[in-house]
Write a protein that binds this ligand. Structure first.
Ligand code: CAA
Length: 261
């Protein structure tokens, strides 16, 4: 098994089918230094390959999900260095995960921390969570998708206000604006995210992946193209054994036994 320095890896849930990744760099409030992000990507890829895992939960501590990219690590970067090394371009691998990825956010989710949460498919937040894109206050702008993902999920006015002021906003506000799907007492956030992962894990893994991919297309293309994509995947599900099983189980008034085929 892999040993990690900045994250913890566990299998959770009644069937041990939920992969839990806990950011664990408490001294820096889980600031997303290069090695930490590389470990997250590696752990995600491992869980994505592991057939015993249905869905993945990504969390931090009660104090901080993540306080952003590591300011001390990047402060002396030059433009040419960033360009040459594709600075933080590897973060996009997080969005390549095919299984459902749920962020369980407690405490600070700032800058890259907020962006990391938004790269996940679903965000559950604890009632003490604080979101924000404070990059503007330190002379830069969001670089992990903040300007684009907030604009797409919450609209222009919210995106502009959040990115141009750098102000923090609460879990309740995040829920109201549609960034977060549910808010829980902080000490229950991770357990609720695991329950959600288990619920999703009762479905066909194959069909779940197709469904995730179809929803993601909504953020990348026109309605017409998105509907075309959806239809081709919807039709495509009828080529799977799990569609036959799911519908036969409904008609036979029994529980489906999905085979991931
Ligand atoms: N990078 C590096 N170190 C960080 C950090 C970060 N983003 N956030 C916190 N830390 C470190 C602090 O330097 C401090 O270390 P020392 O004990 O060695 O001094 C330790 O974590 C604890 O932090 P604080 O003492 O500041 O804790 P606090 O409770 O007083 O404040 C906070 C918490 C409000 C989150 C504050 O730490 C903070 O403002 N952090 C920076 C937030 C930020 O600006 N994030 C955006 C980064 S830029 C970015 O993310 C770019 C992008 O889009 C990819």
């Amino acid at each position: 098994a892999q040993t990690y320095q900045n994250i913890l890896i566990e299998k959770k849930g009644e069937k041990q089918n939920v992969g839990l990744i806990t950011l664990n760099r408490p001294k820096a409030l889980n600031a997303l230094c290069g090695p930490l992000v590389s470990e997250v990507i590696e752990a995600l890829q491992e869980f994505d390959k592991d057939d015993s895992i249905a869905a993945i939960v990504l969390t931090g501590s009660e104090k901080a999900f993540a306080a952003g990219a590591d300011i001390k690590e990047m402060m002396n970067n030059s433009y040419s260095h960033n360009h040459k090394h594709g600075f933080i371009e590897n973060w996009s691998y997080i969005t390549k995960c095919k299984k459902p990825l749920i962020a369980a956010v407690n405490g600070y989710a700032l800058g890259g921390g907020c962006e990391l949460a938004m790269m996940c498919d679903i965000i559950y937040a604890g009632d003490t969570a604080k979101f924000g894109q404070p990059e503007i206050t330190i002379g830069t702008i969001p670089g992990g998708g903040g300007t684009q993902r907030i604009a797409r999920s919450c609209g222009k006015s919210k995106a502009m206000e959040i990115c141009l002021t750098g102000d923090q906003f609460t879990a309740q506000e995040a829920e109201k604006m549609g960034l977060v799907s549910k808010v829980f007492p902080a000490d229950q956030t991770v357990a609720e995210a695991i329950k959600l992962a288990e619920k999703i894990g009762r479905h066909s893994p194959l069909i779940t992946k197709l469904c995730k991919e179809a929803v993601n297309v909504a953020f990348e293309t026109s309605l017409q193209e998105g509907l075309r994509f959806e239809k081709s995947y919807f039709w495509g599900t009828f080529a799977t054994a799990d569609q036959k099983e799911g519908m036969a189980a409904f008609a036979g008034k029994r529980k489906p036994n999905f085979k991931n085929e």
